[in-house]
Design a protein around this ligand. Structure first.
Ligand code: FMN
Length: 375
């Protein structure tokens, strides 16, 4: 009937993607968390061990700078995979919660943590699962990482790969003269520069002693994407990536290519000049970050996400309670003094879900592509 939608894809914001659809479910202190990934083509080789490697990068308790919550984050594939290959049906992924200490959160049941989602959840729903932040907890991102790992596996088939790392912690930045890709997995902060990682560790140790937390910047470089991914108007590839990355808790800004810096440049400085090499169009520079007009241009896609400092700090803070009285709060529970190192793999997973979705959408963008399938 006119005006009445007969179908809606809207499910309270928990579903993401067009052809490759990921929904996450679960709360921090519920029985389990997880994801359902629908739309993944049949025949993709995948198993729990592959997904687990990504979850282990996000897992709590791995370093001095991550929450001491001791979760194994073991993933179980419940459906959609048979004899080591995807079947083309929904892939259901389960991660049990095993280390909840909900009593630590009893003092936030009636008091709003500054910088967290307690006040806004109460304003919206009038009721909230306060244990560990419920659905607003960073723990929700485990489901995204499990689903994103499958997207990464799919992209591997097409030679598309990711390099994601922490670029700065507070005001300590990677020195690109010391850049060492191997170093990313050698230090607890996932920084590609040992000196910077050592300085940042020292900074974080002092902050922890002072019951405080730090912000940080994460960079993600996606290599091997063909030109042509993304759509011209509302579904521009950079718009889709921005939405995906900004949906991660604590992300406060997103940039593609040189981002904000472009605003201070002249066109002659900012434009990436094209040249042709053996009939292949290339660019001398990559200020655009691999996307022009919302469509991938075949060069590396370069994304930057800025994370705010962890809002739950142990220092005493002024706030308000549910009776709208002024009170002070000393937060308990187990919190990371910095979010970004554990979120590196979340940024990678969300980017992969967008790129894999765009790859599938692009199959129908021109007749030639359809003829390759049906011709
Ligand atoms: C991987 C990850 C871990 C996080 N860990 C914590 C944490 O230990 N304590 C905390 O207060 N916030 C943590 N957060 C951030 C909160 O989820 C987030 O700040 C909160 O939901 C408010 O949303 P906003 O910062 O986007 O406004 C984490 C986020 C992510 C992505």
């Amino acid at each position: 009937m006119f005006g009445i939608p007969t179908e809606t894809k809207y499910m309270a914001g928990s579903v993401f993607g067009n052809i490759l659809k990921c929904s996450t479910w679960g709360e921090s202190h519920g029985a389990a968390i997880g994801a359902v990934l629908d739309g993944c083509p049949a025949g993709l080789a995948i198993d729990e061990n592959y997904i687990q490697k990504f979850l282990d990068r996000r897992k709590p308790g791995q370093s001095d700078f991550s929450t001491k919550r001791n979760e194994s984050d073991k993933v179980e594939i419940l459906s959609g995979v048979f004899e080591g290959k995807t079947t083309g049906t929904p892939i259901s992924l389960l991660i049990r919660n095993t280390s909840q200490i909900s009593k630590d959160y009893s003092n936030i049941a009636s008091v709003y943590r500054p910088g967290h989602a307690d006040y806004t959840f109460d304003s919206k729903y009038g009721f909230r699962d306060y244990r560990g932040g419920g659905r607003s907890s960073g723990r929700e991102t485990a489901g995204r990482v499990a689903a994103g790992a499958i997207a990464i596996r799919l992209l591997e088939e097409f030679g598309i790969s990711f390099m994601t790392y922490v670029e700065s912690v507070g005001d300590i930045s990677v020195d690109y003269n010391n850049f060492d890709k191997e170093e990313i997995f050698r230090n607890m902060l996932y920084m590609p520069d040992k000196d910077a990682a050592d300085k940042a560790s020292e900074y974080l140790r002092n902050l922890t002693a002072d019951k405080d937390s730090s912000g940080a910047v994460v960079k993600c470089i996606i290599s091997g994407c063909p030109a042509g991914l993304g759509d011209p108007v509302f579904d521009k590839l950079d718009a889709r990536l921005a939405g995906a990355i900004m949906s991660i808790g604590a992300v406060k800004s997103f940039e593609v290519g040189n981002g904000r810096e472009a605003a201070g440049l002249k066109g002659s400085q900012n434009n990436d000049e094209f040249y042709s090499e053996n009939g292949i169009v290339k660019k001398k520079t990559n200020n655009s970050g691999g996307i022009l007009g919302g469509i991938s241009d075949g060069s590396d896609i370069v994304l930057t996400a800025a994370f705010k400092p962890t809002p739950s700090i142990y220092k005493a803070q002024n706030t308000v309670n549910t009776d709208k009285e002024n009170v002070s709060i000393e937060i308990k529970g187990r919190h990371d003094p910095i979010i970004a190192p554990r979120a590196v793999v979340v940024v990678e997973a969300m980017s992969a879900l967008v790129i894999a979705d765009a790859l599938l959408i692009n199959c129908s963008s021109k007749l030639d592509n359809l003829k390759k399938i049906y011709g």
